[in-house]
Ligand binder design. Structure first.
Ligand SMILES: Nc1ncnc2c1ncn2[C@@H]1O[C@H](COP(=O)(O)OP(=O)(O)OP(=O)(O)O)[C@@H](O)[C@H]1O
Ligand SMILES: [Mg+2]
Length: 237
C-alpha cells in the first residue's frame, strides 16, 4: 500500500474533519512519496482544500494523524509546520497588495542572501522587471506566480499548491508548470490540487481522487481515468 510506504515524506492516516452536518474529510488515508508530484482531484466541495488546511495546520482534524518526514504534525501551528519544511499556496490568493513584488518575497526570508534569492526567484517566473511594482497592480496570473515563488523563499521540501493555475493565462501556466518540473528535478515534493486533467496526466506519477471527503480512487493518472467510480463522480450526477 502506498499509504504505508516508508518513502512517503507526507502521510495522512484516517483523517476526519466535519463542519456541522458536513463530513468534509471522511476517513482519508493517503501518502505522498518523497520527490514526487502527486495530484489531488475531485468534484467541487469534495474536501480537497479542507485536506490541505488540515495538513498545513490551518485546521485541526477531528481525528486522525498526519506525518511529515515521519513526525506527527497534528496540533502544530502553521508557522511551525512551515519551519518543518512544508509550505502551501491558497486557492484564494494571499499576496500583500500594498507591497511591491520584491517586498512580498523579502518579508518571507531572513538572513544573508535573502535579497539575491528573492530576485533570482522573481527572475525564474519572469517577474523581475516588475519587482518594484505593487502586487495589487498585478494581473491575477502574476499574483498567482508571485504567491508561488514567495513560498519558495523558505526553501520548503514539500509544496502544496491549491489550484495554482486556475484563472491564469496559458503563457503563465506554462511558466508555472515548467517551474514545478524544475523544482521536482531539484528534489522538491509536490502535492497539487488541479482540475485540469491533462495537466495532471502530464505531471503526476500518482493521483488521489476525493469524493464526499473520501478517497475513491488512487493510482497512476492513466488508471484513474479509466476508473468507473471516478467517471461517475465527475460526470454521473
Ligand atoms: N470553514 C468551513 N465551514 C463550513 N463548511 C466548510 C468550511 N470549509 C469547507 N466547508 C465545506 O466542506 C466541504 C468541502 O469543502 P472544500 O473547500 O474542502 O472542497 P474542495 O474540494 O476544495 O472544493 P472546490 O473544488 O470547490 O475548491 C464543502 O461542503 C464545503 O462547503
Ligand atoms: Mg478547494
Amino acid at each position: 500500500m502506498n499509504s504505508k510506504n516508508a518513502d512517503d515524506i507526507l502521510r495522512m492516516q484516517d483523517l476526519y474533519k466535519r463542519f456541522g452536518g458536513v463530513a468534509a474529510v471522511n476517513g482519508c488515508t493517503l501518502g505522498v512519496r518523497k520527490g514526487s508530484i502527486t495530484g489531488l482531484i475531485g468534484p467541487n466541495g469534495s474536501g480537497k482544500t479542507t485536506l490541505f488546511n488540515l495538513i498545513s495546520g490551518h485546521l485541526r482534524p477531528d481525528a486522525g494523524r498526519i506525518f511529515l518526514k515521519g513526525r506527527i504534525i497534528v496540533g502544530r501551528a502553521p508557522s511551525a509546520i512551515v519551519r518543518k519544511g512544508l509550505a502551501r499556496t491558497f486557492q484564494v490568493i494571499r499576496v500583500f497588495g500594498q507591497m511591491t513584488a520584491l517586498e512580498n518575497l523579502l518579508v518571507c526570508g531572513e538572513g544573508e542572501g535573502t535579497r539575491e534569492k528573492a530576485l533570482a526567484l522573481l527572475d525564474r517566473v519572469g517577474l523581475l522587471p516588475y519587482r518594484d511594482e505593487y502586487a495589487a497592480s498585478f494581473s491575477y496570473g502574476m499574483q498567482k506566480l508571485l504567491e508561488f515563488v514567495r513560498i519558495l523563499m523558505v526553501d520548503p521540501e514539500v509544496i502544496l499548491l491549491d489550484e495554482p493555475a486556475a484563472g491564469v493565462n496559458p503563457t503563465m501556466r506554462r511558466t508555472l508548470w515548467a517551474m514545478v518540473r524544475e523544482l521536482q528535478a531539484e528534489g522538491k515534493t509536490f502535492f497539487i490540487i488541479e482540475h485540469d486533467i491533462p495537466v495532471i496526466v502530464d505531471l503526476c506519477e500518482q493521483v488521489y481522487v476525493l469524493d464526499h471527503g473520501e478517497v475513491i480512487a488512487q493510482g497512476a493518472p492513466a488508471e484513474i481515468q479509466r476508473d468507473e467510480q471516478v467517471i461517475e463522480a465527475y460526470f454521473g450526477r
